[in-house]
Design a protein around this ligand. Structure first.
Ligand code: COA
Length: 263
């Protein structure tokens, strides 16, 4: 129970809990490394179709990178700071962004700095009405480094993200919904049930089609439209020989529910 990331697998849904509640689930190197290893394991686990990420305790999703720890890397100089702090954090958010299974952030409290960047990187997010977001790095005299200067602008537009990045001000779950950072805001006690409902719905779909859609949308967003259409076409082409596509079409023709076997 002392591991910095807890994993609970039920009904094809893996719930990952960031577990340093006395530090508001700050992302120290050990947490990031364990998160990356856990993602590796779950990606190839056929018993898991959807992941939920949330925070332990009743205060925080995550208050961001562990400032005390990365300040030591900064003290060691540029090479150590970039290698140990920046690259590690960017690896984590990039992995979540391009993960082959959907990850839903269930934002249960503070999502500051790296906690906000995880929310930006994952494909889906639901926030408790008690969640509070911020891009506070500016107050430490630095830009965000886990993708926070890149993904929020793509989600919400340049001016909205620059306002949040340059002021560091806190913003509510409702504001996060308005700027496109989360899909929904729900009463605090409904957060995990709402995340599980969404996960259950997606877990019943064809896992191959889910991965194809995640890949096409996420890759396509950073491409010109004609290249994005090529990715879309390739994703479809890769499914043509699959049992999932045959089953989905046959089930529609035979007027029955499809049963998708999985990867
Ligand atoms: N890194 C390291 N430790 C952190 C942390 C972080 N990002 N955020 C919180 N903690 C630790 C605190 O040091 C404290 O530990 P301690 O009791 O051993 O000193 C504990 O978590 C509780 O935090 P505390 O600051 O006492 O709670 P609070 O209610 O007064 O304030 C916040 C909550 C979120 C406003 C405040 O913790 C904060 O500003 N955190 C940093 C946010 C940030 O700048 N993140 C971006 C980092 S790049």
């Amino acid at each position: 129970m002392n591991a910095p990331v807890l994993v609970d697998i039920r009904d094809r849904i893996a719930t990952l809990t960031l577990n340093r509640p006395d530090k508001l689930n700050a992302l120290n190197y050990e947490t990031v490394d364990l998160l990356l290893r856990t993602l590796d394991e779950l990606e190839s686990d056929p018993g898991v179709r959807v992941l939920i990420v949330t925070g332990a305790g009743d205060r925080a999703f995550s208050a961001g990178a562990d400032i005390r720890e990365f300040s030591e890397s900064v003290r060691q100089g540029t090479a150590a700071a970039v290698r140990d702090f920046v690259r590690r954090g960017q690896r984590m958010t990039a992995r979540m962004e391009s993960y082959r299974k959907p990850i839903i952030a269930a934002v249960n409290g503070y999502a500051f700095g790296g906690g906000c960047e995880i929310t930006e990187a994952v494909p889906l997010a639901i926030a408790s009405d008690r969640a509070l977001f911020a891009k506070p790095e500016i107050r430490l005299g630095m830009p965000p480094t886990f993708g926070g200067t890149q993904r929020l602008s793509r989600l919400s537009g340049r001016k909205r993200s620059l306002h949040l990045l340059l002021t560091g001000e806190r913003f509510s779950a409702e504001r996060a919904l308005e700027v496109g950072l989360v899909n929904a805001v729900v009463p605090h006690d409904d957060l995990l049930p709402a995340a599980r409902d969404l996960a259950t719905c997606i877990a019943s779909q064809s896992p191959l089609a889910v991965t194809a859609i995640l890949t096409a949308v996420t890759r396509g967003l950073n491409l010109a439209i004609d290249e994005g259409l090529q990715v879309e076409s390739e994703q479809f082409a890769s499914l043509v020989p699959s049992r999932d596509l045959r089953e989905g079409i046959d089930a529609w023709i035979e007027r029955r529910e499809p049963a998708f076997p999985g990867c």
